[in-house]
Design a protein around this ligand. Sequence first.
Ligand SMILES: NC(=O)c1ccc[n+]([C@@H]2O[C@H](COP(=O)([O-])OP(=O)(O)OC[C@H]3O[C@@H](n4cnc5c(N)ncnc54)[C@H](OP(=O)(O)O)[C@@H]3O)[C@@H](O)[C@H]2O)c1
Length: 262
Amino acid sequence: MTARHVAFVTGAGRGIGAAIAAELVGAGASVVLGARTLSECERTAEALRERGGSAFAVQLDVGDASSIAVALARARELAGPVDWLVNNAGIAVSAPLLPKDGNSDKLYERHLRINFHGARHMAEGLLPAMKSAGYGRIVNVASSAALRGYRYVAAYCASKHALLGWARAAALELDGTGVQVATVCPHYVDSPMTDASARTIAAKTGRSEAEARALLAAENPAGKLVRPEQVAAVVRALLEGDANGAEVELDGGAPRYHPLPR
Ligand SMILES: NC(=O)c1ccc[n+]([C@@H]2O[C@H](COP(=O)([O-])OP(=O)(O)OC[C@H]3O[C@@H](n4cnc5c(N)ncnc54)[C@H](OP(=O)(O)O)[C@@H]3O)[C@@H](O)[C@H]2O)c1
């Protein structure tokens, strides 16, 4: 019998991360769900256990290296050595390129700390054991904002470009070790983060939230929002497969696979 995979999904309390956790439980993995709001992770994990899955909730702030260390140790105790990491946790705060108070440093620092360094720290915490075992999979949930720019989210775009740049370098360096890094780049997804963006647009423009959501959906090349389950299915395929450095763009239509640029 092959050993059960142990997956750690960051930002798994809701949205895309919760869909990924459900998909991986469906794949037979034991799944650790981490986020700052423990109660949300517990609720999601409980629902997965009710369906017969193996799921555990841990508190995690990926923006805090000591929280990561504690969460990784707890995950190992609860579920065993993690061989699948999904770096999904992320934030997106909109702001003009030149803010009124003239200081963007906090905004950039926060996006980079959570969206980039958080993912890197999670990977660095797990890579030594994965390399010793000769097997491991890391999938980053970046964004189409890692491939192109969007107005009013320069800090978010910069942090996602950083994440993809790191993943490309990591994949090259890990080539042949049995440990692989891949990245998914979804366009707008139907999740609480997009609901929040629609509320912000509605408040700023006087449009209704439904109109604002329709505008975001229209920005996707396929003209509709990506479903969290579509992202989850691609993440599972990357974890189960053999595609070091793959970058998968999800725009609401069929996923587009790009090989690692060399
Ligand atoms: N929605 C989109 O259109 C879209 C498109 C492309 C890529 N993405 C990316 O997909 C990922 C998930 O997005 P989503 O739409 O599902 O967002 P969401 O609905 O806002 O969920 C984000 C998740 O990340 C967690 N999180 C945020 N900051 C965290 C931190 N410091 N430490 C640990 N967990 C943290 C949140 O929980 P807590 O707040 O409780 O910590 C929550 O569970 C993000 O990386 C996002 O950038 C989203």
